[in-house]
Ligand binder design. Sequence first.
Ligand code: HEM
Length: 168
Amino acid sequence: MLEEVKKGAVRMEELLYIEGKHIRENTIGRNKVNIDQIKLVQKTFETVRHIPEVAGLFYNHLFHLTPSLKSLFKGDMKTQGRMFMQMLDYAVTGLDKPDTIIPIMQELGKRHVGYGVKEKYYEAVGESLLWTLEQGLGKDFNQDVKETWVAAYKLLSDTMKRAAREVE
Ligand code: HEM
C-alpha cells in the first residue's frame, strides 16, 4: 500500500500537521490530503456506510485475506461491525477537524495493543477496507477515490500505530 501512496500524487495539506515533525521526516511526508479529497472520502463513505451488512463484508474479506486475525475477535461480530463503522464515521467526519480526531485515534490505537493487534495487521485491514469500498461504490471507485482512501487510511492508521508504540 505504501508504494501506491508514494506513486500517487496524493496531497494532504490540511492534515500535514497531524503528525507534525514526525510525518515530515518520513516517506509519508508527501502524503497529504487537501480539502477536496477530504470531501471525496466523506462523500464516498456516506454511500458505503448505508449498505446493509457492509461491516460483515469487510470482516469476511479481512478473515479471507488473513484467517489468523479471526481469533483476536472475541465478541459478537455484529456489535463489532457497528462499532468499527461508527468509529470510521467519526474519523471520516472529523478529517477536516484533526484536533478532534487525533486524540481519539491515539486512544483507539493504544487500546488495540490490548486486543493483541500488531502493526503489521493494519495492512490487511486497509486492504479489506479498500476492497469493501470497491464493492460498495462499483464504477465510482476510480483511481482518484482509491488513492485518496489509501492516503486517508494511512493517516488514521499511522496515528493509531504511533500511539500504540508508546504502550508496547
Ligand atoms: C482504522 C482502523 C481501525 C478502526 C477504526 C478500528 C475500530 C475499532 C473499534 C471501534 C473497536 C471497538 C473497541 C474499542 O473502541 O476499543 C475495535 C476493536 C477491535 N479491533 Fe479495531 N479498528 C481498526 C483497526 C484494527 C486492526 C488493524 C485490527 C487488527 C486485526 C483490529 C482489530 C480489533 C480487535 C481484535 C478488536 C477487539 C475485538 C473484541 O474484543 O472482540 N482493529 N476496533
